[in-house]
Design a binder for this molecule. Sequence first.
Ligand code: AMP
Length: 186
Amino acid sequence: MLIIFLGPPGSGKGTQSLRLAADLGIAHMSTGALLRQAVEDDTPLGKQAAGYLDEGQLVPDELVVELVVARLGEPDCSAGCLLDGFPRSILQAETLDVYLAKRDLQVDRVIELQVNADELRRRMLDRSKIEGRSDDTPETIAARISVYKSSTAPLVDFYRERELLRSVDGMGTPEEVAGRIRAAVA
Ligand code: AMP
């Protein structure tokens, strides 16, 4: 089973996707977390990715795809995986389709979390106080929202056309949102 989470930064993708993966007993992959780890470990890939993360820009596709392919090949992904933060562009989505088709797999469901702009900003600034992520500054948050609109939001139509999309209201308590997501994947 392969489930993709889409949603702007601050929409609750991380929290909700981890929760759903645990509920369904499938693996979870956050490309943002994998990239942050690579930067922290100062790997060759991390060195190349660091500047993009700091500026809130997308890391080049070939670097991200390398991480995703390695992660999907790990044993815990054989029963399924929940993708948080990938794909983030049409090109990445097409690359994923090719990868899956070669293995007789497919995307089963795409969940889009919808949260209004004021709430997104509020949640991200709150998070920056708690987690201290270096890309949670007001400037980088604005860049990431803008990258989402230009590069990632087109995936909503891409997956809607393939009849895989379920849009979920991401406003409310984490429990309320989790309940809506469960209904959307049932
Ligand atoms: P996230 O934790 O999902 O908010 O991602 C944090 C940052 O990691 C993003 O702002 C990008 O710089 C980078 N990133 C995460 N996923 C991708 C991806 N699929 N393609 C390119 N860059 C990514």
